[in-house]
Design a binder for this molecule. Structure first.
Ligand code: FAD
Length: 285
């Protein structure tokens, strides 16, 4: 099933993101998580790709398991930082051999404290290679409502996003954001530039103060005062923080649904109970 076809059939498209087990953990350690997510009837599940391809085999195995054993379309993430065209072509053959026809095409980040490798690939170059080799797959790409951290400006980032989409993207998934107004402004600006593919809003429920502080320092998402207040009030109490974070994310989702969003992509962090609560609290399903 090509995922982009879903957007013509339903609204919102709902997806969950998981990461594969580390190479030294058994593949089966993710199976319960997938089973619990299946019960929530997602339209697809996406599987991340470790930094610089470190979990490549695992990404493919987990994606194949999701499709083959659960009958749910899988979106395999793929990064190209530091890779050559030959390596990418070989990896695309592996995706095809595993029956993965939906790909989230990303540049990726270099390993921590390492300089950018000499290969200058961006996501756009990966998309071009995918389109040359596999014309009939669904290609997704990342979008940044607040602009990507490395981009000189939000306007430049939108311009680069338009180039990326024009290279052959079927739909977009956003980076996390905690203030819906930021997403609505991004959508308005993107549409004005002619970016007209469906956009899925990436939502991550906050479950601990260190988690959100780490994520924001990595991706630059703005912490709105309301969420900051919750963190100050409940940050010392694990259970209360998780509860408050889930309520916050539920309000975000309810508001997105009221704004007729194309899709909602939940970053589950392999914690299916978080996704279950969000589905229960909202009319996502
Ligand atoms: P690009 O679209 O290539 O953009 C990278 C930078 O280049 C941006 O600053 C952009 O503004 C700039 N740029 C683009 N075109 C030009 C140009 N012509 N001239 C100058 N600058 C330009 N990482 C992983 O390692 N594994 C994952 O599984 C993974 N999953 C992700 C899922 C989602 C939904 C998101 C939002 C991110 C994910 N990431 C993942 C993180 C992603 O790899 C990083 O954010 C990375 O830094 C950028 O990737 P990109 O594909 O957006 O890059």
């Amino acid at each position: 099933m090509l995922i982009h076809q879903l957007f013509a059939q339903k609204r919102p498209v709902v997806s969950f993101e998981i990461f594969p087990p580390k190479p030294d953990s058994p593949l089966e350690s993710i199976f319960d998580c997938i089973e619990e997510l299946q019960a929530l009837k997602p339209d697809f599940i996406s599987v991340t790709y470790g930094a610089a391809g470190s979990t490549r085999g695992r990404t493919l195995e987990v994606a194949r398991h999701i499709q083959h054993d659960h009958g749910i379309p899988a979106l395999g993430h793929l990064t190209c930082v530091g890779a050559t065209a030959e390596t990418i072509q070989a990896i695309l053959h592996e995706f095809a051999a595993h029956g993965i026809e939906n790909i989230l095409a990303l540049r990726g980040d270099p390993p921590k404290n390492a300089p950018f490798p000499p290969t200058p690939y961006r996501a756009k170059d990966l998309i071009r290679l995918i389109r040359q080799q596999r014309r009939s797959c669904s290609v997704a790409a990342a979008a940044y409502p607040e602009g990507h951290l490395e981009s000189p400006s939000r306007e430049d980032d939108l311009r680069f996003l338009k180039e990326k989409v024009d290279t052959g993207v079927d739909f977009l998934i956003t980076q996390i954001f905690f203030d819906n107004a930021i997403l609505y402004r991004f959508l308005e600006d993107a549409r004005a530039l002619g970016i007209d593919v469906p956009v899925m809003a990436g939502i991550m429920p906050v479950f601990s103060r260190p988690q959100v502080e780490r994520i924001c320092s990595l991706c630059g998402a703005t912490l709105p005062p309301a969420l900051r207040k919750l963190m100050e009030k409940y940050g010392h109490d694990k259970e209360a923080m998780e509860q408050a974070g889930l309520e916050y994310a539920s309000r975000q989702i309810a508001d997105l649904l009221a704004h007729d969003i194309d899709g909602v992509h939940l970053y589950t962090m392999n914690r299916p109970h978080l996704a279950r609560t969000l589905v229960r609290n909202t009319s996502l399903r």
